[in-house]
Design a protein around this ligand. Structure first.
Ligand code: SF4
Length: 419
């Protein structure tokens, strides 16, 4: 830890299970920018902990959260506003703030950061240290800059680690997904030498992660819509091995893959270098009509073929399906259930089932989700009983309708600018 100086302002981040990967990146950024030493830092696990530490002096408290945690954040904000000294600055960033900046301001935050904050947040902290706070409440970040690669992927100073983020941005525009709306469409990849260097620095502190973060692991090193860049992937996996990572995991959570990027060659590479026994595949639906409406840019047949490749290469396909999309018909669901059955029977697959969540900032947000019918629910439960299906689809179904309720109450919702 850095030297603590009682005259320094506090910079406090609210930590949750869901934002730990984001915090690692954020703390790494502040270290890279030379700002971590200018604050007394606290990673707090509760509002109580924040209240105890931030009783006096200059204080910034930061939240990064996702839409399902909106009410919890609202509640904590109310508690903190009462408990903290006047003049405490509360800031928010992350996927919810990016999707609904105005709604996030309404929760009581003084400043809201949207998009990638590798420039806007350090700039803000420098201004804070000079007592020159910005005049605007919503501070837009970059989309598409290479800045995230210039900083450490985690914090050595705070011993705060997470799977290294390999790639930022996504070529695609799936109607339900916030990723391209936060990070844009240009792919930026952390290079293998950079990754190897940080892995070596982290090992002495007990870092034992062997997984990575990516919207589509097999697009590592790619610059356009094309086949996987096998040379770049091999270079990455070699660098990890040389750095001493034992049991590399690639192409599984949190770096799953799109069906159209799966081929036998890339799977051979994963087999050669990695320890994972499963590949997580985003099929999402068995209906071509629905996939087209969702702008997935692949067919159900391509998902089936990818599952077959994965099985033939000696992995278990763990296949993502989502139910409850807006305008999803009974026929669409039957096609999804049929595809699920086929990959389970033919490829020994396991299904990872989700219920669609309407997320602010996405094109589908204002459309009504469809309600899951009993037949579909029973089919999912049957596969669950047979241990061929997992996932939080039942909890997500409840959450989906809560988000609709919050949206209809005006708690969340900003007009969409599709990208
Ligand atoms: S679902 Fe995956 S492929 Fe589609 S936009 Fe999101 S990150 Fe990209």
């Amino acid at each position: 830890m850095g030297l603590v100086n009682d005259d320094q302002p506090w910079l406090i981040f609210r930590k949750t299970r869901q934002n730990r990967y984001t915090l690692a990146v954020l703390l790494g950024c502040l270290e890279g920018e030379g700002l971590a030493q200018k604050f007394r830092m606290l990673i707090a696990s509760s509002p109580k902990e924040i209240g105890e530490k931030a009783a006096s002096g200059k204080v910034i408290v930061g939240f990064s959260f996702m839409t399902p945690h909106l009410l919890q954040v609202k509640d904590e904000m109310e508690q903190l506003r009462k408990a903290l000294p006047k003049g405490t600055i509360l800031v928010a960033g992350g996927s919810h703030a990016t999707g609904d900046p105005e709604g996030t301001v309404k929760l009581g935050f003084d400043f809201v950061f949207t998009g990638e904050s590798e420039k806007s947040f350090p700039d803000f902290l420098r201004r804070f240290l000079q007592n020159k706070l910005p005049g605007t409440t919503i501070l837009s970040g970059d989309k598409g800059s290479g800045l995230f690669m210039a900083n450490p992927p985690f914090s050595l100073q705070e011993r705060f680690f997470a799977p290294i983020e390999l790639t930022r941005g996504c070529f695609y525009s799936c109607g339900f997904c916030q990723t391209p709306r936060i990070f844009g469409h240009s792919l930026r990849h952390r290079d293998p030498t950079n990754i190897g260097r940080y892995l070596e620095q982290a090992f002495p502190y007990g870092y034992n992660q062997s997984a990575f973060l990516s919207p589509n692991a097999f697009s590592y090193g790619a610059t356009g819509l094309q086949e996987p860049n096998l040379a770049a992937i091999e270079e990455l996996l070699t660098a990890c091995r040389q750095a001493g990572v034992e049991g590399i995991h690639f192409g599984c959570y949190p770096s799953e893959v799109r069906p159209d990027w799966v081929n036998p060659e890339v799977l051979r590479l994963v087999k050669k270098y990695c320890r994972n026994k499963t590949i997580v595949l985003g099929a999402q639906s068995g209906s071509d009509a629905l996939l087209a409406k969702l702008k997935r840019a692949h067919s159900a047949g391509r998902a089936l073929q990818a599952s077959c490749f994965i099985h033939q290469a000696g992995f278990m396909p763990h296949v993502d399906f989502v139910f409850g999309f807006p305008e999803e018909t009974q026929e669409d669901r039957q096609l999804s259930l049929a595809l699920m059955k086929e990959v389970i029977k033919e490829h020994g697959a396991k299904i990872h089932a989700h219920t669609y969540l309407p997320l602010p900032g996405t094109p589908l947000f204002w459309k009504e989700p469809s309600r899951l019918d009993d037949g579909t629910k029973n089919a999912l439960k049957n596969w669950e009983k047979k241990r061929r299906l997992d996932g939080w689809w039942e909890e997500q179904e409840v959450m989906a309708w809560k988000i609709v309720e919050w949206r209809d109450q005006g708690l969340v919702g900003t007009p969409i600018i599709d990208t």
